[in-house]
Design a binder for this molecule. Structure first.
Ligand SMILES: [Zn+2]
Length: 161
């Protein structure tokens, strides 16, 4: 058992850095920027998260993954709080996170929530800008589906929020 003396906020952040997003397993929760705060109150570890967007089914899984990672590291009293305001935006995603998305074959978000999704998102395979949007909803609601007119490969684009 871990005693309260050995619990530190820094250690919790280190654990959270190893928890991956269920939808994009190359991204950690800290890459996504959804962990808002970590608090230790008495013997309870509280992790405050902001869902990537309201109603994203992955959120339950994220909360579960955080809980499991903390349990594996010996923490017993865990509280996960979702904060909906201010809403998560893709601006919170780290540069490392965007780079990882690109390497994974998903075009990282570009612009901000008000940016209209249009043709010309860079193809993660061949870097061509000659791309066409096929569907505003790709493999999940968080992504749009594009097709590259040069290498002919379809790819997901992580939408801005
Ligand atoms: Zn291409």
């Amino acid at each position: 058992m871990i005693t309260i003396q050995s619990i530190s906020v820094k250690k919790i952040w280190n654990i959270l850095e190893t928890v991956c997003d269920p939808e994009v397993p190359v991204l950690t929760l800290t890459d996504l920027g959804i962990v808002r705060d970590v608090k230790i109150i008495d013997e309870t570890v509280e992790v405050i998260i902001t869902p990537t967007y309201t109603g994203c089914p992955a959120m339950d899984m994220i909360a579960m993954n955080i809980r499991l990672a903390l349990i594996e590291n010996g923490y017993a009293n865990i509280k996960i709080t979702s904060v909906l305001s201010p809403a998560w935006t893709t601006d919170w995603m780290t540069e490392t996170g965007k780079q990882k998305l690109h390497e994974y074959g998903i075009a990282p978000p570009k612009g901000n929530a008000n940016t209209i999704i249009e043709d010309g998102i860079e193809c993660p395979q061949c870097h061509s800008l000659n791309t066409t949007i096929i569907s505003e909803f790709g493999s999940t609601a968080c992504k749009a589906l594009f097709k590259c007119n040069d290498c002919k490969e379809p790819f997901d684009y992580f939408k801005c929020y």
